[in-house]
Design a protein around this ligand. Structure first.
Ligand code: GAR
Length: 210
C-alpha cells in the first residue's frame, strides 16, 4: 500500500473521505500522517479519532515561507510518503518544495479547472453564468491550482444558487472523486510524465458521475 500524507487547513472533510476509503482492505493506499498549517483545523480531531498521526506547522512559528516549508520537508523526509494529497490546504507551495516531491503531489480544487483557479471559485462560477460546475483533482505544479488533470466531476449550477449552496453540492462530488483519483494514482493507472498526466487506457475514465 502506498504511503500518503494529507495536507489540510480546515474542516478536513476530503481528508476524512480519503481516510475512510483507506480502511477498505483492497484500497491501495494508507494515510501515514495528516499535516496542518492551522492548529485550529477541524480536520485534526477527525484524523486523530481515526488513529491517524497529525503534525501541525503554523506559518507564524517560522521566520519566513522557506523556513516553514523546510520544517515540513524535514518531517516528510522521515515519513517518506509515496503520495501527498492536498485537501483544502490553503497555502501555495513553492517551486523548491514541489521539486522535492515532483510528480507525487496531488490537489483537489472545487472548480472545473482551468476555469476559476484560486479563491472565491464558487461565486465566480455563478457570476460567470455557468450552468455546470464541479471539481478537479490534478498533479501539483508551481502555479496556483494548475497542473495536469487527473479526474473531474460535474454538477449543475441552479438558478437560485448561492456560493454556499453550490459549494455544498460540489463537496458531495469531491468526496466521491478524490478517493477514486487517489486509487488511480496509487495503482499507477495515471502518472505524471513529461509535464502531462498519462492514463493507462481502460483503468478509469477520469470522471465520477454525480
Ligand atoms: C474543498 O472544497 C476543497 O476542494 C477546497 O477547500 C475545501 C476544503 O474542504 N480547496 C481549495 O479551494 C484549494 N484551492 P475540506 O477541508 O472539508 O476538505
Amino acid at each position: 500500500r502506498k504511503r500518503v500524507v494529507v495536507f489540510i487547513s480546515g474542516g478536513g472533510s476530503n481528508m476524512l473521505t480519503l481516510a475512510k476509503a483507506c480502511q477498505a482492505a483492497d484500497y491501495p493506499a494508507e494515510i501515514s500522517c495528516v499535516i496542518s498549517d492551522k492548529a485550529s483545523a477541524g480536520g485534526l480531531a477527525k484524523a486523530e479519532a481515526m488513529g491517524i498521526p497529525t503534525r501541525v506547522f503554523e506559518r507564524k512559528g517560522y521566520a519566513d515561507k522557506a523556513e516553514h516549508e523546510a520544517a515540513i520537508l524535514t518531517a516528510l523526509a522521515e515519513i517518506k510518503p509515496d503520495i501527498i494529497c492536498l485537501a483544502g490546504y490553503m497555502r501555495l507551495l513553492s517551486g523548491d518544495f514541489i521539486r522535492a516531491h515532483e510528480t507525487r503531489i496531488i490537489n483537489i480544487h472545487p472548480s472545473l479547472l482551468p476555469l476559476f483557479p484560486g479563491l472565491h471559485t464558487h461565486q465566480r462560477a455563478i457570476d460567470a453564468g455557468m450552468k455546470i460546475a464541479g471539481c478537479t483533482v490534478h498533479f501539483v505544479t508551481e502555479g496556483m491550482d494548475e497542473g495536469p488533470i487527473i479526474a473531474q466531476a460535474a454538477v449543475p449550477v441552479l438558478a437560485e444558487d448561492t456560493a454556499e449552496a453550490l459549494a455544498a453540492r460540489i463537496l458531495t462530488v469531491e468526496h466521491k472523486l478524490y478517493p477514486l483519483a487517489l486509487k488511480l494514482v496509487a495503482e499507477g493507472g495515471v502518472r505524471m510524465e513529461g509535464g502531462r498526466a498519462v492514463t493507462t487506457p481502460g483503468t478509469f475514465d477520469g470522471t465520477a458521475a454525480q
